[in-house]
Design a protein around this ligand. Structure first.
Ligand code: FAD
Length: 454
């Protein structure tokens, strides 16, 4: 059976591409070997946010007295939070299945194996069934990295060492949780388990947590979590995972921390092996499928979107890349731009940023000016946050006076960052933004104040 497009992988990159392609009239096949919705819906973005919201409500209830609310006997039921998380996932996955049906996409469950190309098109096997397609979209996503640390692979087999997949289904709250890696996933999981009762230790090799986040903001986040009881072992390298502990090296000395469970969150790698990419000669770069700004690979008719291209590894980037691929397939010129990809950490307080940080601006030699404001400039922030220490940084290019970056820590940061992203993407100048009317009282008014200081 000949398809106009075969999509391999049903995560955000794959399912959205299939939906858009079907909607545009392409006869489309989507092949998924595990669950429609991919990592994002089933073992990533959505389940983690569902759990984090349960923890947030628990924290609101426990710490409500200073807002005039007295509660008694507040308890957390991890089982109920897990069941709710599963319900949320089910609802959203069934929504996606409905949308794919609505776009007349054929969905096949099974592992895709590319077998090469014939006159009929690209040949893709799922079990004994062979499908041919005029075009291919590779959206196989990414998988957690399990480093070759002594004892780690064995720990995974025994269920003592977990990745994001297992921890989101863990049926109990471990007394002592050690998290290897203080990046976004590690911090979000630390936030949840800290709130619901685990003694959490984060071991991070670098000087700062939260990866490429603005340094001042990463430090504020760390202080917040230190106050909540999380221990951070910085500039520390894990050397061994034992039966009930983790060994790490700091300043040339070996240290050990006890653990009931260990979460490995040191990063993810694109999935490019084992499904026949080599049979059609798709070029890889640093283990990822190499694409241009149109989502095209080196092989005409073969596109790639999402984590598999190793560019940003975020669901919202995958969505946009999927659209760019499909638009170019149907002859609508579209280009992927990466200058304003928002980054969010759903901790409490939330962190969000877009565009240049002070660190990246300096590294690129950009002559910039930066306004750093306490979130207390916002009336709503003060009204809602006792002892809040959030900040917002607005960066502008000194010469062109356009907004090049906005970074913040505090309530609603995840929701505010889109408007900042628009300023960066549209290269809006300070004087343009000054003419915007911001709703009052909102936390986003802090951006307005920042702009007026520049
Ligand atoms: C714990 C966690 C939290 C996260 N939180 C966020 C967040 O808050 N915001 C955000 O933007 N991003 C977040 N991410 C990242 C986000 O999940 C990914 O960027 C996103 O899922 C990438 O989408 P994708 O379509 O490229 O790949 P995936 O979602 O990885 O989907 C790829 C799919 O391809 C399938 N597949 C692979 N090989 C084959 C084959 N041969 N045949 C058939 N099917 C195949 C896989 O089974 C999988 O379902 C998080 C990730 C994790 C792990």
């Amino acid at each position: 059976m000949g398809y106009d497009l075969i999509v391999i992988g049903g995560g955000p990159g794959g399912y959205l591409a299939a939906e858009r392609a079907g909607h545009a009239g392409l006869k489309t096949l989507l092949i998924e070997k595990r669950f429609i919705g991919g990592v994002c819906l089933n073992e990533g973005c959505i389940p983690s946010k569902a759990l984090l919201y349960s923890a947030k409500i628990f924290d609101y209830a426990r710490f409500s007295e200073k807002y005039g609310v007295t509660t008694e006997g507040v308890k957390f039921d991890h089982g109920v939070a897990l069941a709710r998380k599963d319900k949320v996932v089910k609802t959203l996955v069934s929504g996606i299945k409905g949308a794919l049906k609505g776009s007349k996409v054929t969905v096949v469950e099974g592992e895709a194996q590319i077998q090469g190309r014939t006159e009929e098109g690209f040949q893709v096997a799922v079990g004994k069934e062979i499908h041919s397609g005029a075009r291919l979209l590779i959206a196989t996503g990414s998988a957690p990295i399990v480093p070759p640390i002594k004892g780690a692979p064995e720990g995974v087999k025994k269920g003592f060492v977990l990745t994001n997949r297992e921890i989101l289904d863990l049926d109990h709250v471990p007394e002592k949780l050690v998290i290897v890696g203080g990046g976004v996933i590690g911090l979000e999981m630390a936030s949840y388990f800290n709130s619901v009762g685990s003694k959490v230790t984060i071991i991070e090799m670098l000087e700062q947590i939260a990866g490429a986040t603005d340094k001042d903001i990463a430090n504020i986040l760390m202080k917040n979590y230190q106050k909540k009881g999380i221990e951070f072992k910085m500039k520390s390298k894990v050397t061994q995972v034992k039966a009930k502990s983790v060994v790490y090296e700091v300043d040339g000395k070996s240290q050990e921390v006890a653990a009931d469970k260990v979460l490995l969150s040191i990063g993810r790698r694109p999935v490019t092996q084992g499904f026949g990419l080599e049979t059609i000669g798709v070029e890889l770069e640093n283990g990822a499928v190499k694409t241009d700004r149109f989502g095209k690979t080196n092989i005409p008719g073969v596109y790639a979107a999402g984590d598999v291209n190793g560019v940003y590894m975020l669901a919202h980037t995958a969505y946009r890349e999927a659209e760019v691929c499909v638009n170019n397939m149907i002859g609508k010129k579209d280009v992927m731009r990466y200058c304003a990809i928002p980054a969010v950490i759903y901790t409490n307080p939330e962190v969000a940023g877009v565009g240049e940080t002070e660190e990246t601006a300096k590294a690129k030699g950009i002559d910039y000016e930066c306004a750093t404001l306490t979130m207390k400039y916002s009336g709503r922030y003060v009204a809602e946050n006792e002892d809040g220490d959030g900040i917002c940084k607005v960066l502008v290019d000194k010469k062109y006076r356009n907004v090049i970056g906005v970074h913040m820590i505090g309530s609603y940061a995840s929701e505010m960052i889109l408007s900042a992203g628009m300023m960066v993407e549209m290269e809006l100048k300070v004087d343009d933004v000054k003419e915007f009317v911001f709703p009052h009282p909102t936390v986003c008014e802090v951006m307005r104040e920042g702009i007026f200081q520049l």
